[in-house]
Each structure stands twice: as C-alpha cells, then as structure tokens.
Design a protein around this ligand. Structure first.
Ligand SMILES: NC(=O)c1ccc[n+]([C@@H]2O[C@H](COP(=O)([O-])OP(=O)(O)OC[C@H]3O[C@@H](n4cnc5c(N)ncnc54)[C@H](OP(=O)(O)O)[C@@H]3O)[C@@H](O)[C@H]2O)c1
Length: 241
C-alpha cells in the first residue's frame, strides 16, 4: 500500500502506540481519524501533528455511538483504507481479587470494541476500490497465559481468535488483516496498571516503524501476525545486581 492520501482510523490515539502510529501515518501523508475518550488529550495530539489528525471523542464500548459516527463520516466517496483497533485497558491481579468492573472493562474495550468498530468499517472497505488493511493490536498476552492476567489474557486471546477468523473471511475482498502481538512497550499502560516503564522496554516509535513496514507491503503480500519483544526484557537495575 502507498500510504500517501489514504484515510486511516486509529483507536486509542490519545497516547502510547496509538499516538505513535497516528504520527507515523501522517508523516507518510495519510489523514487520520484518532479515536479515544479523552478529548483534551486528543486535542494535544492534534496540536502536535496538525490538521491531518482529526480527533474523535468516542468510547469504543458504545456500539451505537460507533455506528452513528461511521454512518455520518464515511460513504462511497470517502471510505476508510486503514483501520487500527488499538484501544485497550488492563487490570492485573489474582482471579479471586479481580474486580468485576475491571473484567467487564477489559472484555468490553479490548474485544467487544474491536468487533463494534470492525463490523461498521468492513462493509465500507468491501466497497472501496483500494486494497485496505485492518491491524488489530492484541499482545503477547494473546499468545501466552500468565498468573494475574486472567482477564487481560482472555480479552487478548479473544482478539487473536477474532483476527485469525477475520483474516480468512475478508482476504478475497482485498482487505488485509494483521494481528500484532507485542511484549512490553514503554507507554502510559504501565502507570495505569500501577507499574513502571524502564529503559529495556520497546519504544512506541519502534513499534510504529514495524507497523508502517507491514502496511507498505505489496498488495498480494500479507504479514498476518507480528510477534515482537524486547530482546532483554529486564529492567537495567536488575542486571546491575
Ligand atoms: N504497552 C505495552 O506493553 C503493550 C504491550 C502489548 C499490547 N499492548 C496493547 O496496545 C494497546 C495500546 O496500549 P498502549 O500501550 O499504547 O497504552 P495507553 O497509552 O494506555 O493507550 C491506551 C489507549 O486506549 C484508549 N482507550 C482505552 N479505553 C478506551 C475506550 N473505551 N474507548 C476508546 N479509547 C479507549 C486510551 O484513551 P482514553 O483513555 O483517552 O480513552 C488510550 O489512547 C492496548 O490495546 C494494549 O493492550 C500494550
């Protein structure tokens, strides 16, 4: 795909890898609709990236709002070429201590949110004369289970299943589908789960470089899974001990 002049939707664009992906797309000449709940943070991204970044205050768990936004934004003439389902939340803890609201937030955001937006965008992509690309951001937690991650693992394994099925469903409609399965990336994600980033985590801009490479493959060449990790995942201070 030649990204120049393409129309992209990136969920979770107010921070972390969603903001980095939006920046990388705009550097390549795309117009980006950046979705998230935090209007103020989206506006800061727009100030940094310029008017090619269009902030859209939307909660991906609200399927009616998603449907009404896609209906009012896109049509046969103005159709999306790229969809990045990236919005996600996490809460860690032993299964007997995992809060019901946190479980619901992970399932509703990480997996149902992916379905709610994808179901509205796929028909537009099927009508689009360009080749299109959907990228779903799962996690290495969509491939490997770990203690304290039951809810997050369940949601990300769900994203992986959805992505694998969708890839086979729409491949003959000129729509590529790719699942990303990253290990730790230094973003606000870790503050939100009460942890800290460190220097040996991957950086959002490094992940964005890979994302651009995946998009820029020739039309009949699909990278459908991307697994990436820091080679050495330990905090530098642990290595000094
Ligand atoms: N960081 C890592 O190590 C890592 C590794 C593997 C996979 N991932 C995945 O990568 C994705 C991005 O995470 P990140 O690391 O960039 O963390 P982040 O900086 O916390 O970004 C999460 C984004 O999701 C948005 N979001 C959350 N709930 C939403 C909702 N209901 N509706 C719309 N937007 C919502 C947030 O914006 P608002 O709060 O403004 O809505 C924010 O823009 C997530 O799916 C995460 O699971 C992260």
């Amino acid at each position: 795909m030649d990204i120049n002049s393409k129309v992209a939707i990136v969920t979770g664009a107010s921070s972390g890898i969603g903001a980095a992906f939006s920046e990388a797309l705009i550097e390549k000449g795309a117009h980006v609709y950046g979705l998230a709940r935090s209007t103020d943070k989206l506006e800061k991204v727009r100030q940094r990236l310029g008017d090619s970044f269009e902030p859209v205050s939307l909660d991906v768990t609200d399927h009616e709002a998603i449907e009404s936004w896609t209906d009012s934004t896109f049509d046969d003439v103005h159709a999306p070429d790229i969809l990045v389902n990236n919005a996600g939340v996490a809460a860690f803890g032993q299964v007997e201590e995992l809060d019901i609201d946190d479980w619901d937030a992970m399932i509703n955001t990480n997996i149902s949110g992916v379905f709610y937006l994808t179901r509205c965008i796929v028909p537009l992509m099927k009508e689009n004369e360009n080749h299109c690309h959907i990228v779903n951001i799962a996690s290495i937690a969509g491939m490997l289970g770990n203690p304290n991650l039951t809810g997050y693992n369940a949601s990300k394994f769900g994203v992986r299943g959805f992505t694998e099925a969708l890839f086979k469903e729409v491949r003959y409609d000129k729509i590529k589908v790719t699942g990303f399965y990253p290990g730790s990336i230094a973003t606000e994600f870790f503050d939100k789960v009460g942890s800290e980033t460190h220097a040996n985590m991957m950086k959002p801009e490094e992940v964005a470089d890979v994302f651009i490479n995946v998009l820029e493959t020739p039309d009949n060449f699909l990278i459908n899974q991307v697994v990436m990790r820091p080679l050495n995942p330990k905090p530098p201070e642990e290595l000094d001990e």
